[in-house]
Design a protein around this ligand. Structure first.
Ligand code: C2O
Ligand code: CU
Length: 511
C-alpha cells in the first residue's frame, strides 16, 4: 500500500465544492492493478497516477464540470438509494429470474444467460402512467445482476446500475424495482453489471409502454404491433432470439408497427420491402412522419426505431438489412429484401418546425458542456493501451457533469475518433438541436441513444428534471469499459455505492 496521486475525491462534498484544480488529491489505496516496475521513470509515474482505488464512488471518478453555470455548494446530500419509486399497489408486477442456461441460437446450442429461462427475456408490456413493480431474482449468475430500464426516466434509485444506484444482486438474492412509466414507447431492459459479458450473453428484454390515451398518439392502434429485438450472440445476429424469417400474420391493408430495439454494440440497419414511416425514435412518436422508400434506418446501439407499414396483399419484409427479420401479412412466404440506398436522417424528418418549437419550450441553456470523444495511448488503472478519452482525459481524469435541478443543459458531443459511438444518457430525454452546426428542422428528435459518427458533432439539450447520478456512456459496451463512460450528477445527490471490489463476494462493475 502506498500513496498515489489520483483524480479522486473522497466524497462528493469535496468533488463539488473544491475548485477544479484542487480536486486532484492524494489518497491511499489498495490497488486492483499494479504497474510493472520495468518502465522508465516517467511512464512509471503515469502508470502509478492511473491506478484506481479498489472501490470508489462514481461521484469521485473525475473532476466536476459545471458547464459554465453556478458551482454547487454541497454540504450534505441525499443518497440515490433514497430516490426510489413510489409505494402503494402496483398495476403491473413481474418477476425476472436471471440464470445460466443453454439455448438454441441459430441451430446450435449456446451457453447463455436468461431471464425466466429465455433470452431475450420476456417482453414486459405496461401502460403509461402505471406503477410497475419488477422483482429481480438472481439464481446463479456469479458476478451478480442488475436491471437497467434503458430509456425510461425512472427515479435514480431504480436505475439499476451496479456500483452507482445499487449493489449487484448476487446469487440467491433479489431486488425490487418500482417506478411509474412516464412515457409511452419502445424501451428495453438489461443487466448493468458486468454488462459487456452479461448483456452479450443474453440478459436483455423488451419493455413496451402503451399510451394511456391512444388518442394522444398519431401512430397508436396499429392492428399488428410487433417487437423486433435485435441481438447478436457471438457472431449470430437474431431478431427476438431467432435467425432467418419470423412470420407474423396480418390482414392486407391494415397497419403494422415493428418496434426495432438494438441490443447490440454496433449499428443495426433496418428497412422494409414496402414504403414505411419512422413512427417513433427512442420511444417518442415522430409527428408528421412520412413514407420512405429506398431508405434504411441506422439504429444506434441501445436505440430504438418503430417502423410503420401498410400491409400489402403479398406480405412485406421488415427486418435487418442482410439479416433476420419479420414477414408480415396474409401469406407466410419469404419476401425478397428490397435494397435501400439512403440513410434515414431524423434531423429534417417529420412535422417541420417541430424541433424549433420544442427548443423554445425548453428554453435557453443554463449550462453548456463539451463531451469530446477521443483516444490516445496511456494507462487505465495501470494497464497500458489505447484508451478512449473524454475532453482529452483518460478515466479518472474525465469531466463529471454537474447540474442543479431545473437547469437546461446543452451538450456538444464531438467524435474525433475513427469509430462510431452510440452515446447513451440515463434518466433523461434529450432533444437533438444540431448536427455539425446544421440546425434540426423536422419534428422534435428526442433521444436517449445517439449515434455520433466519426468527425461528427451533435448539440443536444435537455431539462435537468430528474435528480440523481446518471451514467452518460457509449453503448458500445466494450468502449464504455475502455474509458467512454462518465456521468451527469445533480447538486445535492450522492451515492452510497462503490464501483469496484466491495467485499470478498461483491465487485460492482457497471460495464
Ligand atoms: Cu443501456 Cu448505461 O445502458
Ligand atoms: Cu463508443
Amino acid at each position: 500500500m502506498r500513496a498515489r496521486r489520483l483524480v479522486v475525491a473522497v466524497t462528493v462534498v469535496i468533488a463539488v465544492t473544491l475548485p477544479l484544480s484542487s480536486v486532484t488529491m492524494a489518497v491511499t489505496v489498495a490497488a486492483n492493478s499494479t504497474c510493472s516496475h520495468a518502465h522508465p521513470a516517467k511512464r512509471q509515474e503515469q502508470c502509478d497516477a492511473s491506478l484506481l482505488p479498489t472501490a470508489y464512488p462514481m461521484t469521485a471518478m473525475g473532476y466536476a464540470d459545471f458547464g459554465g453555470g453556478p458551482k454547487a455548494h454541497v454540504h450534505s446530500g441525499i443518497g440515490v438509494d433514497r430516490l426510489r419509486g413510489p409505494g402503494g399497489p402496483a398495476a403491473h408486477q413481474f418477476t425476472l429470474t436471471a440464470a445460466m442456461g443453454t439455448q438454441d441460437i441459430g441451430g446450435a446450442p449456446r451457453a447463455v444467460l436468461t431471464f425466466n429461462g429465455t433470452t431475450p427475456g420476456p417482453t414486459l408490456t405496461v401502460t403509461q402512467g402505471d406503477l410497475v413493480e419488477v422483482r429481480l431474482v438472481n439464481k446463479d449468475v456469479k458476478k451478480g445482476v442488475t436491471i437497467h430500464w434503458h430509456g425510461v426516466d425512472v427515479p435514480a434509485g431504480e436505475d439499476g446500475v451496479a456500483g452507482v444506484t445499487q449493489d449487484a444482486v448476487l446469487p440467491g438474492s433479489d431486488f425490487v424495482y418500482r417506478f411509474v412509466v412516464p412515457d409511452a414507447g419502445t424501451y428495453w431492459y438489461h443487466s448493468h453489471q458486468d454488462s459487456v459479458r452479461e448483456v452479450g450473453m443474453g440478459l436483455l428484454g423488451a419493455l413496451i409502454v402503451l399510451p394511456r390515451d391512444p388518442a394522444t398518439s398519431q401512430w397508436a392502434g396499429a392492428a399488428t404491433d410487433a417487437v423486433a429485438l435485435v441481438h447478436t450472440y457471438g457472431t449470430t445476429t437474431t431478431v427476438n432470439g431467432r435467425i432467418g424469417t419470423t412470420y407474423v400474420t396480418a390482414s392486407e391493408g391494415t397497419t403494422a408497427r415493428v418496434r426495432f430495439i438494438n441490443g447490440d454494440n454496433g449499428p443495426v440497419l433496418v428497412t422494409a420491402s414496402v414504403p414505411f414511416r419512422v413512427a417513433a425514435i427512442d420511444g417518442t412518436d415522430v409527428p408528421g412522419a412520412t413514407d420512405l422508400v429506398d431508405t434504411y434506418v441506422d439504429v444506434p446501439a441501445g436505440g430504438r426505431a418503430d417502423l410503420l407499414i401498410a400491409v400489402p396483399p403479398s406480405s412485406a419484409r421488415v427486418g435487418v438489412l442482410g439479416g433476420p427479420g419479420l414477414v408480415i401479412g396474409p401469406i407466410d412466404q419469404p419476401v425478397a429484401e428490397v435494397p435501400a440506398h439512403q440513410r434515414f436522417d431524423a434531423l429534417a424528418y417529420g412535422a417541420s418546425g417541430g424541433s424549433a418549437a420544442a427548443q423554445a419550450t425548453i428554453g435557453r441553456p443554463t449550462r453548456d458542456f463539451a463531451y469530446r470523444i477521443g483516444s490516445r495511448t496511456g494507462y487505465l488503472d495501470g494497464r497500458p493501451g489505447v484508451w478512449f478519452t473524454i475532453n482529452a482525459g483518460i478515466i479518472p481524469t474525465v469531466p463529471m457533469f454537474v447540474a442543479h435541478r431545473g437547469d437546461v443543459l446543452r451538450f456538444r458531443i464531438v467524435n474525433t475518433t475513427a469509430v462510431v459511438h452510440p452515446m447513451h444518457l440515463h434518466g433523461h430525454h434529450a432533444l437533438v438541436v444540431a448536427r455539425n452546426g446544421v440546425a434540426a428542422t423536422g419534428a422534435p428528435w428526442w433521444i436517449d441513444s445517439l449515434q455520433v459518427d466519426p468527425g461528427q458533432s451533435y448539440d443536444i439539450v435537455l431539462v435537468a428534471d430528474n435528480p440523481g447520478v446518471w451514467m452518460f456512456h457509449c453503448h458500445n459496451l466494450p468502449h464504455a469499459r475502455t474509458g467512454l463512460m462518465t456521468h451527469l450528477m445533480y447538486d445535492g445527490v450522492t451515492t452510497p455505492f462503490r464501483i469496484g471490489r466491495v467485499n470478498d463476494r461483491l465487485t460492482n462493475e457497471p460495464e
